[in-house]
Design a protein around this ligand. Structure first.
Ligand code: FES
Length: 168
Protein backbone atom coordinates (compact mmCIF):
# COMPACT_ATOMS: atom_id res chain seq x y z
CA UNK A 1 0.00 0.00 0.00
CA UNK A 2 2.81 2.36 0.90
CA UNK A 3 4.46 1.53 -2.41
CA UNK A 4 1.29 2.45 -4.34
CA UNK A 5 1.09 5.77 -2.52
CA UNK A 6 4.73 6.50 -3.27
CA UNK A 7 4.26 5.76 -6.98
CA UNK A 8 1.17 8.00 -7.09
CA UNK A 9 3.09 10.83 -5.41
CA UNK A 10 5.95 10.50 -7.91
CA UNK A 11 3.50 10.45 -10.82
CA UNK A 12 1.79 13.62 -9.54
CA UNK A 13 5.13 15.40 -9.14
CA UNK A 14 6.16 14.41 -12.68
CA UNK A 15 2.81 15.57 -14.08
CA UNK A 16 3.16 18.87 -12.25
CA UNK A 17 6.66 19.30 -13.74
CA UNK A 18 5.33 18.47 -17.18
CA UNK A 19 2.51 20.97 -16.80
CA UNK A 20 4.89 23.71 -15.70
CA UNK A 21 7.03 23.16 -18.77
CA UNK A 22 4.09 22.88 -21.17
CA UNK A 23 2.87 26.03 -22.91
CA UNK A 24 -0.42 24.31 -23.68
CA UNK A 25 -1.62 23.14 -20.31
CA UNK A 26 -2.22 25.41 -17.36
CA UNK A 27 -1.69 23.58 -14.08
CA UNK A 28 -4.04 24.60 -11.29
CA UNK A 29 -3.87 21.16 -9.73
CA UNK A 30 -2.54 17.84 -11.01
CA UNK A 31 -6.08 16.77 -11.93
CA UNK A 32 -6.72 19.92 -13.96
CA UNK A 33 -3.48 19.48 -15.85
CA UNK A 34 -4.29 15.89 -16.79
CA UNK A 35 -7.63 17.06 -18.18
CA UNK A 36 -5.89 19.74 -20.20
CA UNK A 37 -3.36 17.29 -21.62
CA UNK A 38 -6.04 14.76 -22.48
CA UNK A 39 -8.15 17.27 -24.39
CA UNK A 40 -5.05 18.55 -26.20
CA UNK A 41 -4.12 15.02 -27.31
CA UNK A 42 -7.67 14.21 -28.38
CA UNK A 43 -7.88 17.42 -30.39
CA UNK A 44 -4.59 17.15 -32.28
CA UNK A 45 -6.12 15.17 -35.14
CA UNK A 46 -8.53 17.94 -36.06
CA UNK A 47 -5.86 20.57 -35.39
CA UNK A 48 -3.56 18.87 -37.90
CA UNK A 49 -6.06 19.11 -40.74
CA UNK A 50 -7.27 22.60 -39.75
CA UNK A 51 -3.70 23.78 -39.56
CA UNK A 52 -2.90 23.20 -43.23
CA UNK A 53 -1.95 26.18 -45.35
CA UNK A 54 -3.34 26.54 -48.88
CA UNK A 55 -0.74 27.39 -51.51
CA UNK A 56 -1.49 28.30 -55.13
CA UNK A 57 1.29 27.72 -57.63
CA UNK A 58 1.12 29.24 -61.09
CA UNK A 59 2.92 26.84 -63.38
CA UNK A 60 5.12 27.87 -66.33
CA UNK A 61 2.20 27.45 -68.71
CA UNK A 62 -0.08 29.62 -66.52
CA UNK A 63 -1.95 26.72 -64.93
CA UNK A 64 -3.01 27.32 -61.31
CA UNK A 65 -2.33 24.39 -59.00
CA UNK A 66 -3.78 24.56 -55.49
CA UNK A 67 -2.31 22.34 -52.78
CA UNK A 68 -1.99 22.31 -49.00
CA UNK A 69 1.08 22.13 -46.80
CA UNK A 70 1.79 22.07 -43.09
CA UNK A 71 3.16 25.06 -41.20
CA UNK A 72 6.93 24.70 -41.09
CA UNK A 73 7.14 22.95 -44.45
CA UNK A 74 9.21 24.73 -47.07
CA UNK A 75 7.62 25.39 -50.45
CA UNK A 76 10.06 22.83 -51.84
CA UNK A 77 8.67 20.30 -49.31
CA UNK A 78 5.14 21.10 -50.49
CA UNK A 79 6.07 20.59 -54.15
CA UNK A 80 7.82 17.29 -53.38
CA UNK A 81 5.05 16.04 -51.05
CA UNK A 82 2.35 16.88 -53.60
CA UNK A 83 4.46 15.39 -56.40
CA UNK A 84 4.14 18.53 -58.53
CA UNK A 85 6.02 18.33 -61.80
CA UNK A 86 7.89 21.62 -62.20
CA UNK A 87 10.70 20.63 -64.51
CA UNK A 88 14.15 21.04 -62.90
CA UNK A 89 12.70 22.50 -59.68
CA UNK A 90 14.64 21.93 -56.47
CA UNK A 91 17.62 20.20 -58.06
CA UNK A 92 19.88 20.53 -55.01
CA UNK A 93 17.11 19.39 -52.63
CA UNK A 94 17.21 22.55 -50.56
CA UNK A 95 20.94 22.77 -49.90
CA UNK A 96 21.19 26.30 -51.37
CA UNK A 97 23.37 25.16 -54.25
CA UNK A 98 21.27 25.57 -57.40
CA UNK A 99 18.62 28.38 -57.49
CA UNK A 100 16.24 26.12 -59.45
CA UNK A 101 13.64 26.62 -56.72
CA UNK A 102 13.23 30.29 -57.70
CA UNK A 103 9.65 31.50 -57.16
CA UNK A 104 8.04 34.87 -57.70
CA UNK A 105 5.52 36.23 -55.20
CA UNK A 106 2.90 38.93 -55.13
CA UNK A 107 4.06 42.04 -53.27
CA UNK A 108 1.74 41.48 -50.28
CA UNK A 109 2.94 37.90 -49.81
CA UNK A 110 6.58 38.88 -50.32
CA UNK A 111 6.32 41.34 -47.42
CA UNK A 112 5.12 38.57 -45.09
CA UNK A 113 8.07 36.27 -45.78
CA UNK A 114 10.90 35.81 -43.32
CA UNK A 115 13.92 38.01 -44.09
CA UNK A 116 16.27 36.70 -46.76
CA UNK A 117 19.67 35.41 -45.60
CA UNK A 118 22.96 36.35 -47.25
CA UNK A 119 23.35 32.75 -48.43
CA UNK A 120 19.94 32.79 -50.12
CA UNK A 121 20.64 36.21 -51.63
CA UNK A 122 23.92 34.97 -53.13
CA UNK A 123 22.15 32.05 -54.78
CA UNK A 124 19.12 34.12 -55.75
CA UNK A 125 21.35 36.49 -57.71
CA UNK A 126 22.07 33.60 -60.08
CA UNK A 127 18.40 32.77 -60.71
CA UNK A 128 16.85 33.17 -64.14
CA UNK A 129 14.34 36.03 -64.49
CA UNK A 130 14.99 37.57 -61.08
CA UNK A 131 12.36 40.09 -59.89
CA UNK A 132 11.95 42.42 -56.91
CA UNK A 133 9.71 39.80 -55.26
CA UNK A 134 11.78 36.68 -56.01
CA UNK A 135 12.79 34.17 -53.36
CA UNK A 136 14.05 30.61 -53.25
CA UNK A 137 11.25 28.15 -52.50
CA UNK A 138 13.45 25.89 -50.40
CA UNK A 139 13.97 28.77 -47.96
CA UNK A 140 10.32 29.78 -47.56
CA UNK A 141 8.56 28.04 -44.70
CA UNK A 142 4.79 28.00 -44.48
CA UNK A 143 2.99 29.89 -41.74
CA UNK A 144 -0.73 30.40 -41.26
CA UNK A 145 -0.30 34.03 -42.31
CA UNK A 146 0.59 32.78 -45.80
CA UNK A 147 -2.82 31.07 -46.23
CA UNK A 148 -3.95 31.36 -49.85
CA UNK A 149 -0.60 32.61 -51.08
CA UNK A 150 0.30 32.60 -54.77
CA UNK A 151 3.78 31.56 -55.97
CA UNK A 152 4.71 31.82 -59.63
CA UNK A 153 7.19 29.43 -61.18
CA UNK A 154 9.47 31.40 -63.54
CA UNK A 155 9.34 30.43 -67.19
CA UNK A 156 12.83 28.96 -67.04
CA UNK A 157 15.41 27.81 -64.51
CA UNK A 158 19.13 28.16 -64.32
CA UNK A 159 21.03 25.59 -62.31
CA UNK A 160 24.28 27.18 -61.19
CA UNK A 161 25.81 23.76 -60.61
CA UNK A 162 25.48 22.93 -64.31
CA UNK A 163 26.86 26.34 -65.32
CA UNK A 164 29.89 25.76 -63.11
CA UNK A 165 30.75 22.39 -64.60
CA UNK A 166 30.11 23.61 -68.16
CA UNK A 167 27.15 21.32 -68.89
CA UNK A 168 24.59 24.08 -69.51
S1 FES B 1 16.57 23.74 -54.12
FE1 FES B 1 18.53 24.39 -54.70
S2 FES B 1 18.68 26.37 -53.88
FE2 FES B 1 16.66 25.76 -53.36
Amino acid sequence: MALVSAVRRIAQVRLRDLCRRSTVAVAVSPGACVTGLRSFTAGTQSLRSDNKVTVNFINRDGEKITVKGSPGDSLLDVIVNEDLDFDGFGACEGTLACSTCHLIFDEDVFKKLEPVTDEELDMLDLAYGLTETSRLGCQICLTKSLEGMVARVPESVSDIRQSNDGTA
